[in-house]
Design a protein around this ligand. Sequence first.
Ligand code: SR1
Ligand code: MG
Length: 421
Amino acid sequence: MTGSASDFSQLSLETVTAYLASRPALGGIVDVTRIASVREVGDGNLNLVFIIDDAAGASVVLKQSLPHVRTDPSWPMTRERSAREATVLGAHVLADPEHVPAFYDFDAENYVLAIENLSDHRVWRNELNEGRVHEYAAGELGRYIARAAFATSPLGLDPLEHKRLVARAVNPELQQITEDLVFTEPYIEHAHNVVLPGNEADVAALRSDAALVREMGLAKWRFMTTAQSLIHGDLHTGSVFVRAGATSGEAATDATDARGATTASVRAFDSEFGFVGPTGFDLGALWANFIIAGARAEALGEPARAELILSLPGRLWSAFEAEYRTLWPARIDPRVWTDEVLERLLDGIRDDAAIFAAAKAIRRIVGFAKASDIESLEPALRERAARGVLHAGRALALTRHGIADVDALAAESLATLRAAR
Ligand code: SR1
Ligand code: MG
């Protein structure tokens, strides 16, 4: 019954401790008889997030989906997205435990995931906004995407298992949000679209560019009809935690390895938009957000930092490709998946990554769910930065064909950002 002490359908600061006590799987994670603090820290578009610490310093994060968009309660949203996130995180923990939070529990009745508290990490987008690039993170995420892609595709899964995974991971409502927000709404008149008056002509130019709209239509088709691997589905820099190591040139933290040295750590979280889709989508999401972060650095008059940030797409791709190649000999069916097939797969994933990057860069300027990198700039700087991202997205979408060098494409994006006035 709603409001009773054992009603956990919408957790609150008052009910979280009783909830923990009701979950046997969490007994070994925190001491529920000695809870020291409970905080609600959710600041994304969708969910409640609680951090609970016990008196001995152990902690856990509880993430509960709401039946609507957190930032817009009039927009209903399936709570089953929690189950989809549990499916993705469960599979990715098996594929690459180094790059995702530890996964303790999933409560399907109350839509609650219990995961590792990574409070000693920082959200990468916030770090980028403050001028700390954490460039090592791009390579780590390239390895993560490759490991997850290999393990959850027919390269690493028995064919029947892959089909069962496709069925288990289908995520209709959230997939449709991406179809609408990323690939459609920026190119039509829609109430979700808001730009500065000075950027209205830039958006009109995108919409009247038939070649660009065609590329976005084809990208949407790829997104909707491709079932390669179980993707994260929303891998922007706000879905990544980073913690620098002692030698990575960033601020040190108190997490140490066996020798007492601070260890770097990079974790992808918030995979509720995941499904079995195109592997290049996660690469493209990060790539887009590197363009956006680079636009911010340019707008703030930090060209060296912008250049460093625009080296990240290449670092991401190189690490992905190297890991994918390393895993390739272990593919479960080499009979017709010859080494030539590997080259074609990589070509296709790279091309997908580029067009998805273009789409995801443009959507963060035009449509719903913008990026704080740009939004936190004062309007005169914001207008130019937004224009630069739109121009860079368009150029990437239209010139990527046949260019196998991600560094060259990123260099073109940097030049485009710089040319925007
Ligand atoms: C209503 S959800 C809006 C956006 O937030 C998420 O981060 C996804 O990117 C989604 O498109
Ligand atoms: Mg999210």
